[in-house]
Design a protein around this ligand. Sequence first.
Ligand SMILES: Cc1ncc(C[n+]2csc(CCOP(=O)(O)OP(=O)(O)O)c2C)c(N)n1
Length: 600
Amino acid sequence: MLDQIHSPQDIKQLDLIQLQSLADEIRAFLIKNIQKTGGHLAPNLGTIEMTLAMHYVFDTPKDSFVFDVGHQAYTHKILTGRLDKMHTLRQKDGLSGFTKRSESKHDSFGAGHSSTSISAALGIAIANGIHKNNNKSLAVIGDGALTGGMSFEALNHAGDSNADLLIILNDNDMSISKNVGAMNKYLTRLISGKVYSTMKSKSLGFLEKMPMIHEFAKRSEEHLKGMVLPSTLFEELGLDYFGPIDGHDLPTLVKTLKNLKIQNKPRLLHIITKKGFGLESAENDPCKFHGIAPAQTNASTLPSYSSVFGTWLNNTAKYNKDLVAITPAMCTGSGMSDFEQNFPDQYFDVGIAEQHAITFAGGLATQGLKPIVAIYSTFLQRGYDQLIHDIALQDLNIVFAIDRAGLVGADGATHAGSFDLSFLRCIPNITIMSPSNAQQMYQMLNTAFEMPGTICVRYPRGTSNIEDYISSELIKVGTAKVVRQGANIVILGFGTMLEAAIEAGNVLNATVVDMRFVKPLDESLLIQLSKDHSQFISIEDNAANGGAGSAVSEFLHKNKLSTGLKILGLPDKFTEQGSQSELYKLYNLDAAGIINASKS
Ligand SMILES: Cc1ncc(C[n+]2csc(CCOP(=O)(O)OP(=O)(O)O)c2C)c(N)n1
């Protein structure tokens, strides 16, 4: 059947039995396809029936579906005419792993970062109201994404509006790791029936004193729920609440969605799904199968930068009871699993709540603790004001371990750490370190932990070729290191771009510098090098605009130094998806790029 589906219209004629067969086909297809391409396996296996039912009942693109994060939208891609491109998923020039407006008219809102769907779908719903077009707007949000502050802001707005908005809460009790927080506990109580039954018994007790109303209320439990006493937090906030229902039961999903389609108030349907549904290994270990690498990937034995961070964290915590580490829902990805096990009292997973993670760390720091905020570069964007206003402005002692800086590969522009050097560099009181290898990273973390102030250590996705990296040494702040002495040209290598700098340096007989610090720069070395070299070439895995090379340019200009400078960095456009090496080549961030720059 799958081959016959070219648009959502093609599923409308199916009966429910055929729809179930289609779900089974899609499941088998996804398991096979994602194993080849890599991607978000477990989240997509959990949302097949939900997505089929949504497309069966509603009509995109007239109606809008906004998928939170967009990592669970593969079935949606298949049903909206992208089946034949699924083999290109997450590859260069291929389908995005997330929803993307430029990819399909059925993707009503792009995503990648979490907790945005209710806001966007509410905007669409309110616009529909202004246009009086009767189109429907749906947000699909996971229980993990619901831990993000923006979703609360959106609920706060939605519940006080008359918008024709349907929120589908896809509750699988998992974020990437096990979901956390009071809201999650509340949802569990809601599913177990405890919330509703407590409220019901309370309200019945109250109503027994008013026999007429009691009699009326008894006739319809729904009525009782809706009219007499709100039974859930969502209803308290002004949304109609429906559920919980089994999110893998197609007939129930279809029937419920049909009922909900004819309503026009802000409403929330709570569905219960199993992450990894239908694939035993994924059901048993949904965290491991949240996202998987393509089958042919050779697992490297070299240490990843995330694991270097994890090792440093463990080793340092052994001797420092004041060390506390915080992750906004990225425990495994940040290399913190061992630390979580070994130091549970010093470990905080705060949910997908980057803003809170940062200001929470600020509070801890005011009391003499030494917080380490482990955060991906792209998600640090979420906490920018917190970083400026709550941390740097108060000169608090916090280490930011910024993972996935630079290009991340298959996840594409939404996840690329393209901007951190630019947006961090302009903040006063901040020190920025950018290690060129695993051992230097370890030493920088030692340094950052020892020194006061707001310290950022930013490192890329991937592995370092230095295996023996543990070191007790510190690095003098603001010092760069000449790693190759040459003539005429100086290549200023920032972070792991040093490798390309050395390769090009050997070809060009250039002087090569491991810059190590983006802020403060090693100004005296720059002055010294400018005396006997005519040209600098800087290279970084950050936007060229406002990044490390810009810092060098500003310095040269301020000091009226006439040395030429070519800045190699990411272009002034959002980066593509593909393998990291493909992309670095594409953006000339390799030895060939440096050699070409030296000639132009
Ligand atoms: C702002 C932000 N922080 C972190 C992430 C990484 N991330 C992607 S999916 C995910 C878990 C989402 O859980 P949930 O919404 O319950 O969806 P599920 O995968 O369980 O279906 C996380 C933490 C992100 N995409 N955006």
